[in-house]
Design a binder for this molecule. Structure first.
Ligand code: NDP
Length: 422
């Protein structure tokens, strides 16, 4: 009841206003969450609620169509994703890095080159875009629910336990429209690409305003851009993650990547744009180095799993042949299949060790904001909760899927995320 109804309902009610209030706290309350507890703070929040607009809706829809076209038209190999629980293999086009380059070239060319709009426009009109996206996506999730119930794209659509859960969690695992996989389009090409454009525009706004970029914002934006670019380099690996393999496409994923992600993941950059600050050079370089190392380790862990499975277990991990468990499991079509569980490398340190560098990175791009306010740390705090929940959820799912093989992995790799801690 708690996980299947009350929890989703509470999140559905609380998360949309939260994302707007966080933006307002950054813009109108000087970044102070404490002022939300005061009468004048609430008055400022009430007065500052941004209005949705048709022009923002047109921009967002145009961006979605642009990314859908790039996904369909840019050259890139077709990749067959992992087997779904029903034994199907969804197809994805691998052209993420090209799409990133073309999208950014178009944005910078149209703003700096042709002067069609100010490069800082996404910062200037962020509130309007965010609330329009938020409301539009609430409606979109209703359409996804109806599509899943009435015209599912594949057999692995399934109703959960109740309407709230179906709306929140989604009905379809791999919905598609006109041959475009909606999860790839929204998660990768709209959410991640939009995030990248946002932080570029925030930096451009500050540069226009001050005539220079503060080193604090430069570090935060640089780390986010490297992380996002790494995501597109590794996009094939993303198709083997929980989001793509197991989570259905409803509010949790769709609203999450289109509204929560731009609103919350960029919060440190929003704060640093509104509150420019310089930090000592040694601190800037240290945070940059720590953040880049964290991206490298996270990428390496994801790659180790991918290389091990691609090679059928013959890959070398840290200079030695990969140690694996040959796990068997059954799919919904009744077939018995085999998969490899890596027991060495980062996957031998802890079962989700790669979540640790993910957390360190989130701190590295938030710390330039200093310690004056909690607001810039909302993303790392959220991420900590998300990843702890996710590690537990994944353990339970793998336990169901692999049974005794998962027990064997847990026996050999005792810790979930951080050895001797958790
Ligand atoms: P994982 O990359 O941890 O993938 C989990 C899946 O990997 C399991 O369901 C299982 O799938 C397989 N697996 C588990 N153990 C092993 C093993 N020992 N060897 C081989 N395969 C194994 O999940 P996430 O989707 O959570 O993370 C993907 C990436 O995204 C990470 O880099 C993570 O840090 C990042 N991330 C970022 C978030 C953010 O908001 N910033 C949020 C969540 C993740 P199978 O059924 O195929 O066996």
């Amino acid at each position: 009841m708690l996980r299947d109804f009350v929890g989703p309902l509470v999140l559905l009610v609380l998360t949309p206003p939260s994302v707007i209030i966080l933006w307002e706290a950054c813009r109108y309350l000087d970044g102070s969450l404490r002022r939300l507890a005061t009468l004048d703070g609430w008055a400022a929040v009430k007065a500052g609620v941004p209005s949705p607009s048709w022009s923002a809706a047109a921009v967002l829809l145009g961006f979605l169509l642009w990314e859908a076209l790039l996904l369909r038209l840019l050259p890139g190999r077709l990749h067959r994703g992992p087997v779904t629980p029903d034994g199907a293999r969804p197809e994805y086009r691998l052209n993420g890095v090209r799409a990133w380059l073309v999208t950014h070239a178009a944005f910078l060319g149209a703003s700096y080159g042709l002067g069609w709009f100010s490069p800082g426009i996404l910062y200037e009109r962020f509130g309007e875009l965010l609330i329009t996206m938020c409301l539009g996506c609430l409606a979109l999730c209703g359409l996804l629910y109806a599509k899943g119930r009435l015209r599912p794209s594949a057999a692995d659509a399934g109703s959960g336990r109740n309407v709230v859960m179906d709306y929140f969690w989604g009905v379809e695992l791999h919905p598609s429209v006109l041959g475009v996989d909606l999860k790839q389009l929204f998660n990768c090409r709209f959410g991640m690409m939009g995030w990248s454009l946002l932080v570029v525009s925030f930096a451009a706004y500050q540069h226009e305003r001050l005539g220079h970029l503060t080193n604090a914002l430069a570090v935060s934006v640089a780390l986010q851009l490297v992380y996002i670019l790494k995501f597109f380099v590794w996009e094939r690996g993303y198709f083997s993650t929980l989001d793509m393999m197991h989570d259905r496409f409803g509010y949790y994923l769709c609203w999450g990547v289109t509204t929560w992600l731009p609103g919350v993941y960029t919060i440190a950059a929003q704060y640093l744009t509104a509150h420019p600050r310089q930090i000592p050079s040694w601190a800037a370089w240290t945070l940059l180095a720590v953040g880049l190392a964290a991206i490298g380790i996270n990428y390496d862990a994801d790659r180790q799993r991918q290389r091990t499975r691609d090679s059928g277990g013959t890959a070398m991990i840290w200079g030695r042949p990969a140690q694996v468990i040959q796990a068997r499991y059954a799919t919904g079509d009744g077939q018995s299949r085999q998969s490899l569980l890596l027991v060495s490398g980062w996957w031998g340190v802890a079962r989700h060790f790669h979540y640790l560098p993910e957390m360190v990175l989130a701190l590295a791009w938030s710390l330039p904001a200093g310690f004056g306010h909690l607001l810039p740390y909302v993303y790392p705090i959220f991420l900590g909760v998300l990843l702890v929940d996710r590690a537990g959820r994944d353990d339970r799912r793998c336990q169901d899927k692999y049974g005794a093989y998962w027990n064997e992995y847990r026996r050999r790799v005792r810790w979930r995320v951080v050895p001797r801690v958790y």
